[in-house]
Design a protein around this ligand. Sequence first.
Ligand code: DGT
Ligand code: CA
Ligand code: CA
Ligand code: ZN
Length: 585
Amino acid sequence: MTNADVAALFEHLADLLEYEGENQFRIRAYRSAARTIAAETESLAAIRHSTTRSLADLEGIGRDLAGKIETILESGRLPALDELSARVPAVVFDLFRIPGLGPKKVRQLVQSLGIDSLDGLEAACRAGLVRGMRGFGEKTEASILKNLAFVRSTVQERLLWEEADAILARLLVWMESCPGLDRIEGAGSWRRGCETVGDIDVLAISLSPATVMDHFHHWQETSEVIAAGDTKSSIRGPGGVQIDLRVIPPASFGAAWQYFTGSKEHNIRVRSRARERGLSLNEYGIHSLVVTPDVFPTLPAATEEDVYSAVGLPWIPPELREGRGEIHLAAEGLLPALITVADIRGDLHMHTTDTDGEDTLAEMVRGAIERGLEYIAITDHSQRVTMAHGLDETRLRRQWERIDLLNEALAADGASPIVVLKGIEVDMLEKGGLDLPDRVLEDAEWVVASLHYGQGQPRAQITSRILEAVEHPAVSVIGHPTGRLINRRPAYDVDMEAVVEAAARTGTFLEINATPRRLDLNDLHAAAAQRAGVAIVISTDAHSIRGLGAMGCGVLQARRAGLQAADVVNTLPLAALRSLLRSRH
Ligand code: DGT
Ligand code: CA
Ligand code: CA
Ligand code: ZN
């Protein structure tokens, strides 16, 4: 603990006391102690053990503060600060990190405006709500926005793909109105469909780069221009995310798009193929390295197809460009015909207001019809999930009666637009076994088995719970098989190889949960499952009609795994799905 560390703890304590509206004298005492300590040239530890000086001799530090300093030197902690930290809303700590926001302003933001996150603060600034408060003004508001981006950038976690996708979509709408812009495309990890995106890469074709850059800088969501060159510019957008824009002449667009889509591993392999063919390939184009007396040819590079064909390959879908064997497959003509959203016919995991969903059974069915689905399964939680008011046998059977009636009504409407399967998301209990009796599960048309509790158990225990579910004859699919939540919670410790092996043997399906924060199975696991002959189900796990829209994210993950429509159960017509279910076990 340096003197500066100790001073910082006292400053922090003073901040929180001031936030809480505490006695001014106490607050001033801590601040003045912090100043004294920070200015002291001898270390506090040395003073403490010195025979000539003592801590209580320091200006503004009495017996009480000297005792606190001793505690800090011994334990590294200031108990009064720990206590306060536990009491004050978490957002206060984030707000204090924004330059220019003192305790009083922070208190106003939290208590008067109800700010509970940095996102909330950004929204309030953009809505002009902050400038109206006492002590704030337009200038403060603008400086908060600027500093907010900075604070975020220093602790930036990678965006979920879906978040990056939404930001990019808004940017593209804005850029459409830019004069002289011929084409604009996303690249980088966004284009490869990665589950998270670090920064967003955008390429444009235009013969007047300056106009395009200017338009980019004037996007209403641009909070800061980080760097601006003649043909390249970087800004901070919503949430502090960096967006790189490059303007390319039409003749090099294919070379640039291929280069900036990546991945780096993929590009390295493509470039070495180019060299083997006597070519040099970079973001500007393709050139022959073989100089003959009269030619130094430049090859066409306006499209990605130009680039791949120059190295003897067919065009490779961006989702496969990870340097995991796709170049070999392409060279052999063995690239998979990747699944698309249009291949999906059904959605086999969703919730209703009977448990923790936001929309009723009837509303979910209507939402599914609007999405053009041919069938869905209603899979609410089982009784163990008390937080979600999970279903016991009686409530589940009552829901199934309502589904029967609904199906009859749908069928009576004429050509039945959708069939609703009677399902359940049954919990794998902590002690092993499933959360509902076999006689109930046997009556279900579709059973998702998921592990929600006891995620901290050791590998052997978790694995055996999941294997038991895989082996259970009534279980159709294992839901979100690793339990991870991107940026929030790691996967539980499970022997995925054993699960895949058992699933292949028993004909139990494995889920790609399409929820943007889950995407579970991930691409590598899904590819391994497919190789082992396991059939995959892509499901939204929707908790609202809106949630049904997540299917695209799940399909993207499946594409990264190299899956084709035939690998995915819910591309089947319902009759084929039913006969596949009958043929299992
Ligand atoms: P991110 O932003 O971390 O989610 O991942 P990417 O893949 O979007 O990476 P980024 O933004 O650093 O660069 C975009 C693409 O540009 C990258 O996928 C490949 C290409 N690239 C960037 N730097 C290099 C490099 O040093 N060598 C090669 N071969 N390619 C690069
Ligand atoms: Ca990027
Ligand atoms: Ca980038
Ligand atoms: Zn669920």
